[in-house]
Design a protein around this ligand. Sequence first.
Ligand code: ADP
Ligand code: MG
Length: 617
Amino acid sequence: MEKHQFQAEIQQLLNIVIHSLYTDKEIFVRELVSNASDALEKLRFLQSSGQSIHQPDLASKITVETDDKANTVTITDTGIGMSNTELVENLGTIAHSGSKAFLKQLGTEKKPDLNLIGQFGVGFYSAFMVANKVEVFTRSSRADENGWHWISDGAGGYEIEPAPDLPRGTKILLNLKPEETNFAKPAFLEQIIRRYSNFVPFPIELNGKLLNTVQAIWTRSKNQITDAEYNEYFHYIGHDEQDPILRLHFTADAPLAIQSLLYVPAKNLESTGFGRTESEVNLYCRKVLIQPRAKGLFPEWLRFLKGVVDSEDLPLNISRETMQDTSLMQKLNKVLTGKFIKFLDETAEKSADTYAKFYDEYNRFIKEGIANDYSHRDSLGKLLRYESSSLKAGEKTSLADYVKRMTTDQKELYYLLTPSREAAESSPYYEVFRARNFEVLFLFDPWDEFVMESLRAFDGKDLKAAEKAELEIESKPSEGSLTDEQATQLAAWLKDTLGDKVTAVRASKRLIDSPAVIVDKDQMLTASMRRMLKAMKQPGVDSPQSYDLEINPSHSIITRLDKTRESNPGLAAQVAEQLLDNARVAAGILEDPRSMLKRLNELLDKVLAPAPTPGGN
Ligand code: ADP
Ligand code: MG
């Protein structure tokens, strides 16, 4: 008898599982049946690729047996089985990278939600929610192997001993906790298994009674499948109790024969801090599982998808390792991605609410696709949604709808990166758009800056940051405004006073309510972009920026500054500096606003009337 300790993380998980008050304990049935099914699928793959296996005539099936006197349940399969080494690796250590993040999260919760256990590759351990002792009898499908008996109470490690004369496959024996006798009652267990048994591609027998008719759901015709069935299938393959937000079931004949059923889960796990998710789309050929969680089937940015792709065109005997690099895989990827993007587009058209839900949860993935996936950039651009100056707060528009609203004298699409709608509407950069009645998209997500830089154009028209728009307001000079001559002289004085902080100063044609604005058509980086580049350690971000300052000749601060520079040069210089800082704040490029506080305080001091002197009359 060999004694083993669980890997520390597994032991930690087991402590949580054993003591959990989690109520949906029945998910252990789904997890163990799905493991049995996986083991049978792996065996089928070995067989179909021509490898010899132990007991080739043993039928593929899953057998569930209950004994309410002994208070036990056994789940037996005739699948691939496990060798001694595999037992230690598979049932004693954590295989998937995401599982550790899951554990960390679980450990911090008062009432841990174990529903996710299967999604993080540790579904087996759910058995300890209902059993105080779990035994595994297993015999590998390899001819030269022996049988093994694995025993654990979940608390004190596990033991392994030889078990001669076992048939191929795995039997899991659960010695149920005294309070879990329900699961040893056939009627109760049957109702749990029936819920998804028809999605298991092998016969399931409960105490000798066959429970399912095996038929792969994705090969059935759409109009014969109910929503409930679609959802149950998702619960089964996704190890997820929640219904999916979207599903796409389709068949294609050319250029490749494909049958596919894809789901978008209700929750984007990455946004809840679980780290990077891995694609969970399984690749089949004529219902034989070729590769679970197939790599390369979809681009990275579609890694939230779950489901099945079945293609008759795949060679059955291909090794899983080389699969990823084949041109066939690239072709599949291209067809599937194109199809899915089109589906999203149609969903947006047909049911805006559903699309909005999807977009709220997954927009970062679309944006990632635009930044990284050149081949789908344009079609992904259609899927973007933003708030805009032409819509009410909270409403979002597509770029296509924006284009439809463009007036004939508008040549470009404009966007403004902004922390909020209020900030956008009071921004000096927005004034020219309001005056000319041009629509501006309001972008709140710092990622959007990259997205716009990557996309560059939409529908043949340039996407332009509002700061960089070369637009003018047709203005009639208002009363009290500086003349062109005066404005030029003031600009020269400002350049002199501000020195190297600005490249040039001139009168603006885009301002109404603001005294001054910073413009730099080429280089201006917003503060968020600078932070991002800094985080990426890009060279040159730290060098001081220089840009042009434009002033508004009709603004009272400007006209009064022009007078003050003669009567009180010291004050005028301070105002000039502050004017520049204010324009930098509006541009989002003043990195440390504390740097201007000293001057601002001095100015406040001067603004306030001198205090009456004591004893004065
Ligand atoms: P996952 O199924 O996501 O890999 P589990 O915790 O459910 O995670 O199972 C861990 C591993 O144990 C499986 O990947 C598999 O290698 C092995 N395993 C579990 N059950 C069986 C079984 N019935 N037959 C063969 N191997 C099994
Ligand atoms: Mg599993």
